[in-house]
Write a protein that binds this ligand. Structure first.
Ligand code: ADP
Ligand code: MG
Length: 713
């Protein structure tokens, strides 16, 4: 149930006990029996202070509070049973074992030992009474318990446990009994001085949101009464667990909002008029904006007019037309006397934006500069000079744009494309690119990862959210088919036919075992194979190990129609736009996640002709792969795909840890606790309004003392 269980080696800086006082605030070696060796083990579990033990929650529970009649045991049940020994024999079988037969009034059970000593064998005398604990399973003799914990008991036996038995996440060399004894010491100190563990959620909010007190929850979870709902607790959905998960979600959200507040503390240049630039831009576009683009643009416009920095995330499925929205925003900044910068995660994508922006903005008399890591020598110096003296009003590039040696004359708007490749800390770093006068640039962040709104609100609590929920008209949805590799020759014929009609195609080679070298080699082999098979076509190759200039050259040739077929690794995943390409073959699609497949497929279906995506898989497929390919065949809706992806892979994978830190939660689980996420936003609003001083302690409890640098988490 607890996240900590799957992460027993967690060594994050967070110390949940950070706001404890008195004995609970002491380091762990203040407890009886804790020396340096044990302290070291405990710190592997991120346990530093006595109070941290209280927040170290059980993974699951065992019920040793009652004796279960043997007759009511079922396979899979863990239980305490008591019975009289009726037989004890060493039996041969596939493995030799000691078999002890037990009987109570209600039924018969066997205990089986594969490892046993003669002394042990002697213990099991007929007529003796045994109490044992273990998991019953169906065995050769009916229900059996393998290697139970057991002891011989006399008449009027010792009592059973008075609480459910917690099983904690632990680390090598630290057993449950030892950990339990330490936690018992911490609970005793809590008993003696409950005021030493203040509840960090103010009482008025606890009452309003019906949250039980933190002490009550912790006590309950460490020492649940015999009648506690063990299944509910093992699933992590007991009210006591939910209260703590809620607190953790709240802390994460508050932390993101703190990032936002910090950025918005500085002023931003209010940007309103565009001096006719946007009208001229729109007039030269060969299409008109969709309703969704216009709506999002209005939201952006309102933000830009204000004197606090815009922090807006624009979500839009692949092909929904985010780039035009970015260009319009840039024109508002430029019209207002500022510079605008657009940063993209890869050079290919940045290069493509550069071409677009030049094509769009140069006719309006706006100079567009280009800057990427690979740009060297005089070209680099020239670009930097144009950015510094303000000649370049628009700057496009990779993250090289925001390196220390790049100075802007007056940066008013920073646009980040495909934000899921960037971290929160880069967002913070942007502030520094504002001008010296304490102005922070407005920020527009664009992503094609459509995540469900509630999750987005939690993961991006530092950003306002706009959604482009409409594709430009005239697109025909991409038809997707899954084809097994033995039919490869037919797929190749299909490419021949498409290119004969003047269309273009992609052949995408997926990542081989995380090895870029092997993947690139495989792409080369595929290119050779296809060149032989399709000798009349002009075929290009693009992969991650090529020089930036080479890649740009190949991309340009493909875009200009010089190449019919482009063999590529997944470097083309993000944002590449060649409307005439209408066929994509994805080789080994089973290696990719759903969102990545969706991104790739979004490279076709950009023009008005019917487009196809062929998923060329290699049988046999795992159950999960089958499901993924089925989803791809059934829908092209990015939101549906994202939801399915979330279901199949979980939010940590989908969102990426770098980006949010949300995947590092100790107790909360974004899927299981998804209903809490919506409440978290309301709760955070209330807390910031009514008890803002409570935010800092909560953040530090759950995100660690260094939570100020949220992005580093
Ligand atoms: P993405 O949201 O994936 O970044 P792009 O901005 O690359 O999408 O746009 C995809 C394609 O759609 C481009 O060729 C672009 O010119 C075109 N496009 C954008 N907006 C419209 C529109 N309103 N009508 C028609 N085509 C559009
Ligand atoms: Mg794009």
């Amino acid at each position: 149930m607890s996240k900590a269980g799957t992460d027993a080696t967690h060594t994050g800086p967070a110390s949940a006990g950070v706001f404890a006082k008195g004995a609970l605030a002491q380091p762990l070696d203040s407890l009886t029996g804790v020396g340096p060796a044990l302290s070291e083990k405990l710190s592997r579990l991120a346990l530093e202070r006595v109070a941290d033990l209280l927040f170290h929650l059980p993974l699951r529970y065992q019920d040793r509070t009652r004796v279960t009649p043997i007759g009511t045991l079922k396979s899979g049940m863990e239980a305490v049973v008591e019975g009289e020994v009726t037989a004890c024999d060493v039996v041969a079988g596939r493995r030799r074992s000691l078999l002890v037969r037990l009987r109570d009034g209600s039924g018969i059970l066997s205990l089986r030992f594969f490892h046993f000593s003669p002394a042990q064998q002697q213990q099991f005398q007929r007529g003796f009474t045994l109490r044992c604990f273990g998991e019953a399973r169906a065995g050769a003799t009916g229900l059996e318990i393998y290697h139970p914990e057991y002891r011989l008991i006399g008449q009027g036996a010792a009592p059973v446990e008075d609480h459910l038995t917690p099983i904690y996440p632990t680390t090598e060399g630290l057993n449950q009994a030892r950990l339990r004894a330490l936690i018992a010491q911490a609970l005793k100190q809590l008993e003696e001085a409950p005021q030493d563990l203040p509840d960090l959620i103010p009482e008025v909010l606890r009452t309003r949101f019906r949250l039980p007190g933190v002490i009550e929850c912790l006590r309950f979870l460490h020492e649940p009464p015999p009648d506690a709902p063990i299944d509910q607790m093992s699933d992590g959905v007991h009210p006591s667990q939910r209260r703590l998960a809620q607190e953790e979600l709240l802390a994460h959200q508050l932390s993101l909002r703190q990032v936002r507040a910090r950025i918005q503390k500085d002023g931003a240049p209010p940007l309103t008029a565009t001096g006719g630039l946007s009208a001229r831009f729109l007039a030269q576009l060969p299409f008109s904006l969709t309703g969704a683009q216009r709506r999002v643009l209005d939201e952006v416009r309102r933000d830009l007019a204000r004197e606090i920095p815009m922090l807006r995330l624009v979500q839009g499925d692949v092909g929904s037309g985010k780039t035009v929205v970015a260009a319009m925003a840039a024109l508002i900044a430029i019209g207002g006397g500022c510079q605008a910068a657009l940063m993209a995660p890869t050079e290919i994508l940045a290069e493509q934006h550069y071409r677009n922006f030049r094509e769009w903005l140069e006719p309006l008399g706006i100079e567009v500069a280009w800057l990427a890591g690979k740009l060297k020598g005089k070209a680099r110096l020239d670009a930097k000079a144009a950015i510094a003296d303000g000649r370049a009003r628009m700057v496009v590039g990779t993250h090289a744009l925001f390196q220390a040696d790049v100075t802007f004359q007056r940066l008013g708007l920073a646009i980040v494309d495909e934000q899921h490749r960037f971290g929160v800390h880069q967002r913070l770093a942007l502030r520094e690119k504002g001008e010296a006068g304490g102005l922070t640039p407005h920020q527009l962040i664009m992503t094609a990862t459509p995540i469900p709104r509630t999750l987005a609100m939690s993961a991006y609590a530092d950003l306002d959210l706009s959604v482009i929920d409409e594709l430009p008209p005239g697109r025909t949805p991409v038809q997707t088919v899954a084809v097994a590799d033995p039919r490869r020759p037919q797929v190749i014929e299909r490419i021949r036919a498409a290119c004969a009609e003047g269309r273009q195609a992609y052949w995408v080679c997926t990542l081989i075992e995380e090895s870029e070298v092997m993947t690139c080699q495989a792409a080369e082999v595929t290119r050779d194979e296809l060149t032989t098979a399709l000798s009349e076509l002009s075929i290009g190759l693009i992969h991650g190990r090529m020089k930036a200039a080479e890649k740009a050259e190949v991309m340009a040739q493909f875009k200009d129609g010089v190449l019919d077929l482009l063999v590529a690794t997944t470097v083309i995943e993000v944002g590449v736009d060649v409307p005439n390409a209408s066929l994509m073959v994805i080789d080994n699609p089973e290696r990719l996640g759903l969102s990545q497949l969706h991104q790739l497929r979004g490279r076709v279906g950009r023009g008005s002709t019917e487009s196809f995506c062929v998923l060329l898989y290699h049988p046999p497929l795992s159950q999960n792969s089958k499901q993924r390919l089925a989803v791809m065949r059934e829908t092209t809706d990015g939101f549906k795909i994202a939801e399915k992806d979330l279901e199949l892979r979980g939010p940590g994978e989908v969102l990426g840890t770098r980006q949010t830190g949300l995947a590092n939660m100790k107790i909360a689980d974004l899927e299981r606790d998804s209903d809490l996420i919506a409440i978290t936003t309301t709760l955070a609003d209330a807390l910031l309004n009514e008890a803002p001083q409570a935010a800092e302690p909560l953040i530090r409890r759950w995100l660690g003392e260094a939570a100020g640098q949220y992005g580093a988490v």
